[in-house]
Design a protein around this ligand. Structure first.
Ligand SMILES: Cc1cc2nc3c(=O)[nH]c(=O)nc-3n(C[C@H](O)[C@H](O)[C@H](O)COP(=O)(O)OP(=O)(O)OC[C@H]3O[C@@H](n4cnc5c(N)ncnc54)[C@H](O)[C@@H]3O)c2cc1C
Length: 405
């Protein structure tokens, strides 16, 4: 059970949620249902949320950019106080969040769900200015549009490179789904072009399924260079669009550099992250193990073996909402399970997936044997088509579940 919470007039307690992504928005919506008398404030600087799931489909021309946008107005209409501002500081002792706009919000419990920050300067030379020439598109919005435009602008025969950081990072299959959908686009529109994946890892999520799709759908377009074959990009020159590994250098037509990541700035500033850059939590409630009374969810928390995904963030949020509601009611949190499903598209009608259910045991998160799996290697075309449809259905239902629209 969580520790006792203060009682205020007219409500049974106050929760401040920082960050309106999949983790924060889902917590707000579910806590609203589970604990109608708790005052909930969601702090988020943007009026609209720009999804990363399905952004690769937008970059690959399979969906319009409008697919990715969700409005916070719906949350505001359901009894959640949405404050459009940035949290600057968490004042633990006073139980207050200080906002960039100057205001302060008092809380009994805080949920910090700021997603990721990008570790600028890695690879060497990759900073905010470089990201204008070499988009990362690893956060939603303008960067996604920039990468899409850059892909559409390359000449036939031009080489596209994707630089993948060392794990862990947001969305483990994401770089390879992106490679797939960019390769599918090149195959159709720039048939002499190639795509090179320069990887700081030696293996990746759903690897054999992706590799099989690449050989089947657009043979010869994608080349994957793992870290053990000098794949890690060490330095970039944005002016000449050149990527440098230990031994080689690649001057390309388009460079998509995905930098290494860590928990969002506010989590670091609040002392919630450790030397890894991520925030350790008690998985029974996602309460920080470093700062009592503060919960950290989504990409920002260290929840391995769960991946950093929207699906995981949504599931963690529900567990946290249950734990918070129980705490405000003076009850013990019910035993809860966690879940993750990640669909990846390799082309318009070719989908693959991985899923897993987890339980909380001995202070850790443990996969439930037999309660997950990956798409079969030898699936017929109609199953890949069906999984592409399920991917679309998953996206529509998780965004409705998280944002209410
Ligand atoms: C290309 C790509 C494809 C992906 N595809 C999938 C997929 O198919 N399936 C899947 O499950 N996942 C996918 N993901 C991963 C998914 O996007 C993330 O795991 C998910 O967004 C994490 O949710 P979050 O709430 O932790 O963080 P975010 O969604 O990043 O939300 C964080 C929010 O916090 C706000 N914020 C930050 N700092 C502050 C502050 N100081 N004050 C107030 N607000 C703040 C931000 O504005 C933002 O709205 C993909 C990611 C990428 C990059």
């Amino acid at each position: 059970m969580l520790g006792g919470c203060g009682r205020g007039g007219g409500h049974d307690g106050r929760v401040v949620i920082v960050g309106g992504g999949f983790a924060g928005a889902t917590t707000a919506r579910y806590l609203r249902r589970l604990a109608p008398r708790v005052a909930i404030t969601l702090v988020e600087p943007n009026r609209q949320y720009h999804c990363c799931p399905f952004s690769n489909a937008v970059i690959g021309g399979l969906a319009p950019a409008s697919t990715l946008t969700r409005d916070y107005a719906v949350l505001g209409q359901s009894g959640i106080d949405v404050v459009y501002d940035r949290a600057e500081e968490i004042l633990h002792e006073r139980r207050q969040v200080r906002l960039a706009g100057g205001g302060r919000i008092a809380f009994d419990r805080a949920v910090i769900a700021p997603g990721i920050r990008l570790r600028w300067g890695a690879p060497e030379g990759y900073d905010q200015a470089a990201a204008q020439r070499m988009p990362h598109a690893w956060r939603g919005g303008a960067q996604v549009a920039r990468l899409q435009r850059a892909l559409a602008a390359i000449a036939d025969g031009g080489v596209v490179a994707i630089s993948v950081p060392q794990a862990p990072f947001r969305c483990p299959p994401g770089p390879y789904e992106r490679a797939s959908l960019m390769a599918a686009w090149l195959h159709r529109h720039r048939p002499r072009s190639k795509l090179l994946i320069l990887d700081s890892n030696d293996s990746f999520s759903k690897q054999s399924l992706f590799t099989h799709a690449w050989e089947t759908l657009y043979p010869g377009v994608i080349e994957w260079r793992p870290v053990s074959e000098d794949g890690a990009v060490r330095r970039v020159d944005p002016e000449s669009l050149t990527l440098y590994t230990e031994i080689d250098q690649y001057a390309v037509a388009l460079a998509n550099v995905i930098p290494p990541q860590a928990a969002g700035e506010i989590a670091e500033r609040a002392g919630l992250s450790d030397a890894t850059g991520w925030c350790p939590v008690d998985p029974a409630s996602f309460e920080s193990t470093r700062v009592p009374g503060i919960h950290v969810l989504g990409d920002a928390c260290a929840a391995a073996p769960m991946p950093k995904s929207a699906s995981a963030a949504n599931s963690q949020a529900k567990l946290c909402a249950l734990a918070l509601a129980a705490s405000f009611a003076g009850e013990s949190a019910p035993p809860a399970s966690l879940h993750n499903t990640c669909y990846s598209l390799c082309d318009v009608d070719y989908g693959i997936s991985i899923s897993m259910t987890y339980r909380v045991a001995d202070g850790g998160i443990v996969p439930v044997a037999g309660a997950g799996g990956v798409s079969p290697e030898d699936a017929p075309a109609r199953q890949r088509q069906a999984e592409a449809r399920y991917a679309q259905g998953w996206f529509e239902s998780i965004t409705a579940d998280s944002f209410g629209a």
